[in-house]
Write a protein that binds this ligand. Structure first.
Ligand code: NDP
Length: 296
């Protein structure tokens, strides 16, 4: 029996995109500014192609300009860095996103470091990491931003004092999310592969976030009754029928939903929030670059 509320990431993301659309409309009509997002894809990874296509579609739907750069899989690093340099200097480009992972001849770190921190709408540049941990207001990585917005929505903004346990410590999800939840005055624990007695640590969580990359890793009996559970995982697994693949999260959903107070499904939970947050970051970056306050 499912007792938990399903957190509807699709609907919450649609609300964010609608707000972004209104903000873009105001920027265009009152200031003659159309935010522009450049997305760079190197190679033909099929999952990345799907993400890039969705980013373009949603960018255009929000009324922004979309600049797409598709480079060959064997593009040398120097050529990609030249493109980034051009985008850094292009006033029509307010946000730059390079789709990761990159092919092996290119260093992810070198590429991230080359992006103008003020146009770094992925929030991965070290300058932005530093700003985030020093209490500033830089672009924040989109997936953890989406997780924190889902939690604020689900808990009606009442996060203060709750114990948040985040399983996973990547730079893309776990670490920045720890910062965002700390800002909301949660007590934050970051767990990882060396954590002792992980189930017992998870059982303490009022808020449990799984960002592990292992299908159905978090079990129902790891969950404190009534907890809010955010499942970041996107795992493609065999669904039993010939060659068919399906998406499952890092949480054993049915078990967890019987215990939790609220839980995100996969798909339809965290996933849709990521692009919505990218668009949000692009509007904020545009306003910061133009010295404008973000329209309400
Ligand atoms: P990483 O592989 O970078 O990090 C995984 C983390 O999980 C690491 O910190 C690792 O610990 C920890 N971990 C691995 N095994 C265990 C274990 N047995 N016990 C406890 N901790 C463990 O993954 P990401 O953070 O990039 O992504 C996590 C998941 O989220 C993936 O499924 C990914 O597909 C998904 N994702 C979804 C996004 C979305 O838009 N919804 C966006 C980004 C990611 P250690 O550091 O010790 O190795």
């Amino acid at each position: 029996t499912t007792t938990a509320t399903r957190i509807d990431g699709k609907a919450i993301a649609a609300d964010i995109r609608a707000r972004v659309g209104r903000q873009v409309h105001t920027l265009v009509s009152d200031h003659g500014v159309t935010p522009g997002l450049a997305v760079v894809l190197v190679g033909e990874d099929s999952a990345s192609q799907v993400y890039v296509r969705n980013k373009r579609k949603q960018t255009l739907e929000a009324g922004m300009q979309s600049f797409e750069h598709n480079l060959d899989i064997d593009t040398p690093q120097a050529e990609l860095l030249e493109l980034i340099d051009r985008l850094n200097r292009d006033p029509a480009v307010n946000g730059i996103l390079v789709q990761l992972p990159l092919p092996e001849q290119i260093s992810d770190a070198a590429v991230i470091a080359a992006i103008d921190p003020d146009k770094d709408v992925d929030g991965f540049h070290e300058v932005n990491t530093g700003r985030l941990w020093s209490g500033g207001n830089p672009p924040v990585p989109c997936t953890p931003l989406g997780c924190s917005l889902l939690l604020k929505h689900t808990l009606d903004g009442d996060l203060a004092g709750r114990h948040a346990v985040i399983v996973g410590r990547s730079n893309i999800v776990g670490k920045p999310l720890a910062n965002l939840l700390l800002r909301e005055n949660c007590t934050v624990t970051i767990a990882h592969s060396k954590t002792r007695d992980l189930p017992a640590v998870c059982r303490q969580a009022d808020i449990l976030v799984a960002a592990v990359g292992r299908p159905k890793f978090v079990r129902g009996d790891w969950i404190k009754p009534g907890a809010a559970v955010i499942d970041v995982g996107i795992n493609r697994v065999d669904d039993g029928s010939e060659g068919k693949r399906k998406l499952v999260g890092d949480v054993a959903f049915d078990e967890a939903a019987a215990v939790a107070g609220a839980i995100t499904p996969v798909p339809g939970g965290v996933g849709p929030m990521t692009i919505a947050c990218l668009l949000h970051n692009t509007v904020h970056a545009t306003c910061a670059q133009k010295g404008l306050t973000v329209p309400s």
